[in-house]
Write a protein that binds this ligand. Structure first.
Ligand code: ATP
Ligand code: MG
Length: 430
């Protein structure tokens, strides 16, 4: 972790151009006077921005050394407290994820600072002191400090405190690079084909050069995406949701299984687990996933209780998977009317198991029920699906009427020009 010295007068000038020479002034004893570029540690885009405030040089150096042993992030050191509490907002405008304050130089003022910074809500405040005084500890915690670090600080203690701070960051603060595309598959009715399509679509995307793709099985508690792909997972979506407050990219990566096609999978649990999912936990999972993957494909199953989450609000596309039967079309009509009629997320309708001539429902009736034409029609192809299940080989890796449509769906996301699907009897429009 790199450290730089700065002072309060420079805050205005360094805004938004932190690596400009002269924007950050050197203070005594710093061998590297100007800002050193952000180091990308294990946390990558999650790197923390840290402010270290310590009027006492010796104690500040001790805290700085503990920080130097930690990975990722950028430290700005101040050799004095802000001149007044009125200077705090300017300090925090610089996206300070963590503010670490020397308590001992002026405990009363330091406590006021802790309270003032804590009240802002976006930064985690920590204090350090040479004495482990229980009374001061209680006062600091009451003022809003999340950690009380006693000098000398072991770098493991500092590292753990930073991991907790990173997990506490609001999802909006994590976004420092463009987020990946969120592609959610939702069924109009159970058994419509969500898992089959989501799995094969994710595989098709992962096969395209440079498309780092994650498949999340959110069809809890008993989703079967992993089974469809023939993989066994040790950890599940529930582990990620339960650990929401400390979920970051490095944590998430440990829960994933990589399929031979290249797609990473966050599977549903292998056994029934009663767990109450919260919207906040889903939002956090999606935010972290989108930081690390260009495509995040989600099997939502047929649940409609997630419309208040990022799945709906931030989706690049929601694929509503339905079939051309009366119950499926009726449900689709209700869902489209309720969730997609007035400027909601981008919706693409997929009619699965489509057989143009063998149904009593005409094309016109289908379009009327859906209130719009379907973008994709996936043929009914029992033989291919059966082969996939027996061999645990995704359809997207072999040529079949279904895989050709799925390849087109993937191309429409990556921006590749669509090729004509020639198979007689199946049309692709949209
Ligand atoms: N295009 C298709 N052609 C033939 N069979 C299909 C097709 N799509 C899916 N199926 C079969 O239909 C059944 C249900 O599919 P799938 O499990 O993908 O649906 P789902 O919407 O995920 O169901 P659930 O609501 O149980 O999660 C499976 O046996 C699957 O193999
Ligand atoms: Mg399913």
């Amino acid at each position: 972790m790199h450290s730089i010295m700065t002072n309060y007068e420079d805050l205005d000038h360094s805004q938004g151009k932190s690596d400009a020479k002269g924007s950050v002034k050197a203070v005594t004893g710093n061998p590297s006077p100007y800002l050193v570029t952000e180091s990308a540690g294990t946390q990558g885009a999650d790197a923390l921005s840290i402010v270290l405030i310590g009027p006492d040089e010796q104690r500040r150096a001790a805290a700085s050394i503990a920080l130097a042993g930690c990975e990722g992030g950028e430290v700005r050191e101040f050799s004095s407290y802000p001149p007044s509490l009125g200077d705090v907002p300017r300090l925090l405008e610089q996206h300070s994820d963590v503010v670490i304050i020397d308590l001992d130089s002026n405990p009363e003022y330091a406590l006021e600072l802790v309270e003032c910074i804590g009240a802002n809500g976006a930064s985690t405040v920590m204090v350090y002191s040479a004495k482990a005084d229980p009374d001061q500890l209680v006062r600091c915690m009451r003022a809003g400090a999340r950690e009380f670090l006693t000098l000398p600080i072991d770098h493991n203690i500092m590292e753990e405190a930073l991991v907790r701070a990173a997990a506490r960051r609001p999802a909006s603060r994590i976004a420092k690079r463009p987020s990946g595309k969120l592609l959610a598959f939702m069924g109009a009715k159970g058994g419509a084909g969500v898992t089959t399509l989501a799995c094969n679509f994710a595989v098709a995307l992962a096969q395209k050069a440079g498309q780092n793709t994650l498949l999340i099985d959110l069809d809890l508690p008993l989703g079967d995406a992993a089974l469809n792909l023939g993989i066994v997972a040790e950890y599940s979506t529930i582990n990620a949701l339960q650990a929401s407050d400390r979920l970051d990219s490095s944590f998430l990566s440990k829960l994933l299984v990589k399929h031979s096609s290249g797609v990473s999978v966050l599977a549903a649990p292998g056994k029934f687990l009663a767990y109450q999912v919260t919207n906040e936990a889903i939002d956090k999972l999606i935010a972290v996933a989108r930081q690390d993957f260009e495509n995040v494909v989600v099997d939502v199953g047929s649940r409609q209780d997630l419309t208040g989450t990022a799945l709906f609000k931030d989706a690049y596309t929601i694929y509503l998977v339905t079939q051309a039967g009366i119950p499926e079309l009726r449900n689709s009509n209700r869902l489209i009317g309720q969730f997609f009629s007035s400027g909601g997320p981008k919706l693409e309708i997929v009619i699965n198991r489509y057989e143009p001539r063998s149904l009593g429902v005409s094309e016109e009736q289908i379009t009327k029920a859906l209130t719009r034409p379907a973008q994709w029609k996936v043929p009914n192809d029992y033989a291919s699906v059966r082969k996939m299940q027996v061999n645990a080989t995704p359809l997207a890796l072999t040529d079949s009427p279904i895989s050709r449509v799925i390849q087109q769906m993937a191309k429409s996301v990556t921006g590749e020009p669509a090729t004509q699907v020639k198979k007689k009897g199946f049309s692709l429009f949209g």
